[in-house]
Design a protein around this ligand. Sequence first.
Ligand code: ZN
Length: 371
Amino acid sequence: MHFRKTLFLISILFVVELAAGQSRKIINVPDILGYQTLKCDFHMHTVFSDGTVWPTIRVEEAWREGLDAISITDHIEYRPHSKDIISGHNRSFEIAEPKAENLNVLLIQAAEITRGMPPGHLNALFIRNANLLDREDVNDALKEAREQGAFILWNHPGWKSQQPDTTLWWEEHSELLKNDLLHGIEVFNSRSYYPEALDWANEKKLTMFCNTDVHGPIGMSFELENSHRPMTLVFAKSRTLGGIKEALFNRRTAVYFDNTLMGEPDFLEPLFFASLEYGDSPLRLKNEETKYVQIKNNSDIDYELEMVQPGIGFDCQESVLLKAHHITTIELNGNSDEVIGMKELNVYYRVKNMFVSSEENLVVTFSFRNY
Ligand code: ZN
């Protein structure tokens, strides 16, 4: 009896110690417009296709890195470990699900439909039975996914193995789009950025994605100590599977890799300003005077600003770096008497690490109260 009690205590301590030894990073990217900004990765593999890790590890990696949601997207058609791993296509999800539940990581059931170009590789998210996607004709597989309620995205559209010279949009993709079988596109995959995809997302009203497509342990593929894995930011009404699905179908996402963000100005601009804090008391700037505005950046993103056009009656720095988790001063110098008449001092900056298309940066306007 005593022995059993001791054994019980030891096992409890062991469990507590394991849980206490884990820590989760916090990714500081603000919520905007009443939505929660969820940090997500919708493309990764396990031993159940051509990856080298067990499904529960994908969940633990995501938890440690501070992600809200992931989907495991094992290939339907490509399973190089199938001599050793003999199972149906739902197995990686089933194994990962209890761990995800336990750690409160949202796990979306998914699969990668893996074909030559066109149409290439497509992820079907929010499916219910991956076995039914194992079809000869790619259109049958996609239709089946859609009947299950899937959101479908085109992966790595400019992947060199499939599109070696130019990244082309094929007639087949127009057909898919027309038939409600294509809803999103990877603008960024692993370490590759596809500028064409960013412009197509804007033109053709596709949802933008940024995913890892990780195959090995995450720490062997990405620098996690001082940076983060590439991720899709999802602006969701709630931190639920339904919340994510609604946001994806309504194109509320942004791309986030290294120190770069890409997306629609409607999301990037509020994200930029929600990252910052600065006072609102009038500056009362006069000619030949200098005033400072202290701007606190609460986010993980270093914002690199470059002036677009000077203000009226004053000038300020040509370039400013709003360093993450730091306070930076913007210096305003009155250069004519005109400045006294200005109610607000407007400063126009281009954010060099925020892109709204392949060729345009986000432009922001600071309006500092003057009188
Ligand atoms: Zn993949």
